[in-house]
Design a protein around this ligand. Structure first.
Ligand code: SF4
Ligand code: SF4
Length: 405
């Protein structure tokens, strides 16, 4: 939809509300469809009514050299491209902008970007001004006059930011000005809490939450957070928010390697495909974002939505995930550590390193304050006692420091 048309429709809706007109009778929502291809599957992204490809391009590692991967994804029917100004210092947005600005692709795809204003939210200063400036920068790099979804980035430990009035005022104004059609938020650690709060505000159309097979497996360890996500997903569903899952397959190979189960190692779907497909099977999840850095990954992921998972595969995966002791990004250790060591971030960076993004992983680790790094760990074990995934955190921190420092 062109921006002019988008503004016209927004004004029409606002006009009905201002006149106190009766809401039209509930009818089947009309989905907005773009770049649909027969081999891809699509799902309604909550009240946005965007029909999004069930595989979304997550572009933490995207840059101009990876434009051929974008082209292959587009050709395969991917229609939502997710990015942020923090990815590669803006290079990810620039690459997506360059690709989508050609051959009429912008009108045939959806863009989601995220703004990181945590410093301003934390200082309670310049929140509105920075949000507006960051949007202008994103639009310039993306070579467009609007994004389809603008997200507040990284609400991990900052749950009160979800309700920050200055940010929400900026979000409303971005919508009114036609620069962002829908508003969302992303988080890396506490999907249940974040989703519940976001649904309560009624201001978020979309949420991108970290959820994976590992969290789904904690029930079998008897220390589960997985049940808490169900009421949160239900609250989000009632608010008709669109849910995108992320971090769904981080260290998938380690999960499968952790068990001597030949059936999981047989030829067939890869560990990554299995993990992504598992998350797509969770009710309420519209799509999963996948970071991809080579053509093999792109081709594998394009096949995920149409994969049939056998019931036995899910059970085997659950058992494997429970035994893998891989971090599931729940954030529990953030509250457990009196020294405020950034356990979850460090393990996430180690995951990036493990998947070949070595320079980025080391840079992210170097950007942590010294008191947050693995070397600040006093070895008390409080985090391990709290961790629902029984991750041997102290050992993992040492290993992570060795490769990241
Ligand atoms: S073992 Fe280290 S990281 Fe864990 S709670 Fe203690 S000081 Fe924090
Ligand atoms: S180490 Fe454990 S407690 Fe910490 S984020 Fe990972 S799974 Fe959660």
């Amino acid at each position: 939809m062109e921006r002019r048309e988008f503004l016209r429709r927004a004004a029409a809706v606002a006009g009905v509300a201002a006149l106190g007109g009766a809401a039209p009778a509930a009818e089947e929502p009309k989905l907005e469809r773009r770049n649909e291809q027969p081999t891809m599957r699509y799902a309604r992204l909550g009240r946005t009514n965007l029909a999004v490809s069930r595989i979304v391009h997550g572009s933490l590692h995207t840059n101009r050299e990876r434009i051929p991967l974008l082209a292959k994804l587009y050709e395969g029917g991917v229609n939502l491209f997710d990015t942020s100004h923090v990815y590669g210092g803006g290079r990810s947005e620039e690459a997506i902008g360059e690709f989508l600005s050609q051959d009429g692709r912008r009108k045939n795809a959806f863009i989601c970007t995220k703004m990181d204003i945590r410093a301003q939210l934390s200082a309670r200063r310049d929140v509105y001004k920075t949000a507006m400036e960051r949007t202008e920068g994103a639009l310039r790099r993306l070579r467009t006059d609007h994004v389809d979804i603008m997200m507040l980035h990284g609400c991990t430990t900052l749950l009160d930011y979800v309700k920050n009035e200055e940010w929400l005022r900026a979000a409303d104004d971005l919508k009114k000005q036609g620069k962002a059609r829908f508003i969302g938020l992303s988080e890396h650690a506490k999907p249940a809490e974040t989703l519940t709060l976001a649904a309560e505000t009624g201001r978020y159309d979309v949420a991108m939450v970290a959820f994976s097979l590992i969290k789904g497996a904690w029930g079998s360890l008897g220390r589960t957070d997985v049940e808490s996500i169900r009421p949160a997903l239900e609250a989000a569903r009632k608010a008709d928010m669109g849910i995108l899952a992320m971090k769904a397959a981080l260290q998938a190979d380690k999960i499968v390697a952790a068990v001597p189960d030949p059936k999981l190692k047989r030829a067939g779907p890869s560990p990554f495909q299995l993990c992504y497909r598992y998350v797509l099977g969770i009710e309420g999840v519209a799509a999963v974002t996948c970071g991809m850095v080579n053509m093999t990954q792109v081709e594998e992921n394009l096949r995920v939505p149409a994969l049939d998972l056998a019931a036995g595969d899910i059970e085997r995966l659950h058992r494997a995930a429970a035994r893998s002791r891989v971090c599931g990004f729940c954030g529990t250790c953030l509250d457990a550590c009196a020294n405020r060591v950034a356990v979850q971030d460090i393990l996430r960076f180690e995951g990036y390193h493990h998947h070949g993004h070595r320079a980025e992983a080391r840079a992210a680790y170097a950007a942590l304050a010294p008191g947050q790094r693995a070397t600040a760990c006093q070895g008390c074990g409080a985090c391990e006692r709290a961790c629902p995934g029984c991750v041997p955190i102290r050992r993992r921190l040492e290993e992570a420091h060795r490769v990241l420092a």
